[in-house]
Design a protein around this ligand. Structure first.
Ligand code: 5AD
Ligand code: SF4
Length: 440
């Protein structure tokens, strides 16, 4: 038997990329590739890239620069670039970086096996189309592979919202929802392979409107309820959402669907109506706050997370203070904060930027407030009993670690036999990025 070829995949950016990387690795697994942990050990390196902010895109070029000596020492080594930078600047990558053999955009992963054949013949391959088919439906997979207790499942891709700062509608294209039956099948398959928790993914996951089994379209709430019927699946989460797509039935599901976890990532980006308008978010700060109240009425213990951009063009100190006020009013368990980054081709990139020192200062102030809320949320868990899905051995010997229903990392002293199961844990201490607990 010939030795398996070795594949190294590096994933940048969001969870959708993590899912895509898993699926690409599975597809290449079907072609005889085995995954390795380092670039040095690989015959094929695949960089699955992110274009959301300038820094994320720059990382690709610096990583490619670092791979150059490796590639020059081993001309048989193949290098591929996938993901959103591939989509946005595929030709440029090929031109600037002659060590790259293959460029594949996020919508054409199902063509990867064919492209790899061309690369094996010593050709270069580039595909950044937006075809109509479901790319995942055509990807071969290794059905027998065992899985850890948690998995991602992409249900929807692309975005039609066109927030004025965002490249997603350009790199991932228009919103497409995968058919219900295919998702249920994939979910059952994951559960058979050991998965207990599925996080449904989409750039705009709550805009999901996939074709149902008997015609008609299903929304996210109906999909969640159908998934909840799968025996052996204990937990469902979804990310990431837009406030304008939080429909009544989804809010209701947070109250009455026990498998839907009480954690929600619902970005608002800014607390200033002026800036929200300039961002083309199509709702006010007040509407967001009222929405949160309705979701919390359905699920009072909900832990909220969000995304914020500071230093958006035209943001004044008063606009920024409105963001701080919104954060204080809502109260977040955690949140991601970003300094605005002008993305080529987006409307906001044409506007005059905020002074970078000012933007840095705002970022720090917002981060301090959110860190304080995060500490308070975690501290509020001490003394409570949470349900933990154990995922792996902990850092110390004899420890196991997992996530609570609120997505807090929790570790306890306990047997490894609990990995893959949900168990009740009394939280005894809040540490900087995790909770310590004891099995009850
Ligand atoms: N600059 C800064 N942050 C951005 N995001 C998206 N585009 C930009 C940009 N141009 C942030 C938003 C979004 C998250 C995924 O990334 O907060 O919700
Ligand atoms: Fe980007 Fe806005 Fe779409 Fe989110 S909703 S992916 S921020 S355009």
């Amino acid at each position: 038997m010939t030795e398996a070829k070795k594949l190294f995949v590096k994933t940048y950016g969001c969870q959708m990329n993590v899912y895509d990387s898993e699926r690409m690795a599975e597809a290449l697994g079907a072609q005889g590739y085995e995954q390795v942990d380092t670039a040095e050990a690989a015959d094929m390196i695949l960089l699955n890239t992110c274009h959301i902010r300038e820094k994320a895109a720059e990382k690709l070029y610096s990583d490619l620069g670092r791979l150059r000596p490796l590639r020059e020492a081993r001309p048989d080594l193949k290098i591929g670039v996938a993901g959103c930078v591939a989509q946005a600047e595929g030709e440029e990558i090929m031109r600037r970086m002659p060590i790259v053999d293959l460029v594949v955009g996020p919508q054409t992963y199902h063509r990867l096996p064919k492209m790899m054949e061309a690369v094996a013949r010593g050709e270069k391959a580039l595909d950044t189309d937006f075809p109509e088919e479901d790319k995942f439906a055509h990807l071969p997979k290794d059905r027998r592979a065992k899985r850890g207790p948690t998995a991602f499942l992409t249900v929807q891709e692309g975005c039609d919202k066109f927030c004025s700062f965002c490249v997603v509608p350009y790199t991932r294209g228009a919103e497409v929802s995968r058919p219900v039956e295919r998702l249920l099948r994939e979910a059952r398959d994951l559960v058979e392979r050991g998965v207990r928790e599925i996080t449904l993914l989409g750039q705009n996951v709550n805009a999901y409107h996939g074709p149902g089994p008997e015609g008609g379209e299903w929304g996210l709430a109906r999909l969640v309820r159908a998934l909840a019927g799968i025996e052996g699946l204990d937990r469902i989460r979804y990310t990431t959402s837009h406030p304008n797509d939080m429909e009544d039935d989804l809010i209701a599901a947070h109250g009455d669907c026990g498998k839907l976890m009480p954690y929600l990532h619902l970005p608002v980006q800014s607390g200033s109506d002026r800036i929200l308008k300039a961002m083309n978010r199509k709702h006010t700060a007040e509407a967001y706050v009222r929405l949160i109240e309705r979701i919390r009425a359905a699920r009072p213990d909900l832990v909220l997370s969000g995304d914020f951009i500071v230093g958006f063009p035209g943001e004044t100190e008063a606009d920024f203070e409105a963001t701080l006020a919104l954060v204080r009013e809502v109260g977040y368990g955690s949140a991601f904060t970003f300094k605005y980054s002008a993305r080529p081709g987006t409307p906001a990139a044409e506007r005059a930027p905020v002074d970078p020192a000012e933007a840095d200062d705002r970022l720090q102030r917002l981060q301090a407030l959110i860190a304080e809320q995060q500490r308070a949320t975690q501290a509020g868990m001490v003394g409570r009993t949470v349900q933990v899905l154990f995922e792996k051995a902990g850092r110390e010997p004899g420890q196991i670690a997992g996530k609570s229903e609120y997505l807090h990392a929790v570790h306890v002293d306990g047997p490894e036999a609990l990995i893959g199961q949900v168990a009740a844990v009394e939280v005894v201490e809040s540490r900087p990025n995790s909770l310590a607990g004891r099995l009850v």
